[in-house]
Design a protein around this ligand. Sequence first.
Ligand SMILES: Cc1cc2nc3c(=O)[nH]c(=O)nc-3n(C[C@H](O)[C@H](O)[C@H](O)COP(=O)(O)OP(=O)(O)OC[C@H]3O[C@@H](n4cnc5c(N)ncnc54)[C@H](O)[C@@H]3O)c2cc1C
Ligand code: SF4
Length: 331
Amino acid sequence: MLRLPEFTYVRPKSLKEAQRVLADLGPDAMAVAGGTDLYPKMKRGQFTPKHIVSLRFLSELRGIKPRAREGMWIGAGETLARVAGNPAVTKLFPALATAAGLVSTPQLRNVGTIGGNIFVDPRCNYYDQTFFWRQAAGFCLKKDGQICLVAPKSPRCVAVFSSDTVPVLCSLNALALLYGQGGLRSVPFDELYREDGIHFTTKGQDEVLKGILIPRASFGSRNIYLKLRRRGSFDFPILGVAAALGLSRDGVCTSAKVVLTGVASSPRVVPEAEQLVGKKVTQGDIEQVSEASTRVSHPLDNADLDYWYRKRMTKVYVARALGDLTNLNQP
Ligand SMILES: Cc1cc2nc3c(=O)[nH]c(=O)nc-3n(C[C@H](O)[C@H](O)[C@H](O)COP(=O)(O)OP(=O)(O)OC[C@H]3O[C@@H](n4cnc5c(N)ncnc54)[C@H](O)[C@@H]3O)c2cc1C
Ligand code: SF4
């Protein structure tokens, strides 16, 4: 049995206090929400914080408000189950409800939060192992080692960005509301990540995600999330496709965004999707975008199933997503 190592547990009473404690304790401290990603990684020696700062009981991180002035507000501390089951989320952003509802298992979704899903640690078959396994393999760049075992010549870790909800939030042009030393700042989800399997986020160490804002401009968009994984019952995505399309009454595309997960160290936007704007989308247009999506999809040999299969499936899933949104998939 794997046991948790020793650590001190801090339970702040407010968001302000949580941020201050994280800033005071520095890199030895980590925030915890549901703990479904963090605690197993501590047991396996992947994370070794000396202090854990709990966000679990902070009321400021709660609530789903569809009619907030600037859009829909979702508290970072809301569980995935509550996001997936919320009637307003289901109606306006079915892609988000689907993505949250496809994370792992019901038990985990009842505890795991959307905030934790946004900062879930990038994954790798050579890293998501016990300490003893990694020791036998000689460790790697991401923890305790010197080289990347997947790409030994790579100067950086190429672990896979594996959040289900983030590509959807990117496709809806959502904002992350981060609380730090200078107060609250809003960061577009497109700018929250780096192509780096270790330092994957631009969030500061002491910054706490208070909530998410989906702007009013995204209300009314058609949106969808498709997930590829080995087991339908529970598994991380080895490819996820989020797509959001605005369509006018006469069927002209007014906005288009397609974002991938599970195929690089950060969520990947498919730039060619923008070419759909101003058109009545045809099967040929969809084929062009889906073909182009393989150019930003870079799966490697460090996740489940063959990397070449995942790359080929990228265009299949993008075509399916856009076909569903435009009703062109109907026979
Ligand atoms: C068996 C298993 C299967 C899984 N399957 C999936 C899957 O299919 N898809 C998927 O996306 N994930 C999956 N996960 C990963 C994880 O459970 C989820 O991503 C979950 O949403 C994490 O939320 P949490 O509240 O438990 O995060 P925690 O474990 O508490 O935290 C995760 C990270 O986020 C940071 N964090 C949490 N909240 C905040 C905040 N408000 N502000 C700043 N930082 C914060 C923590 O410091 C930590 O670094 C799986 C995990 C397990 C164990
Ligand atoms: S990609 Fe390389 S450095 Fe990163 S976790 Fe995997 S083996 Fe380690």
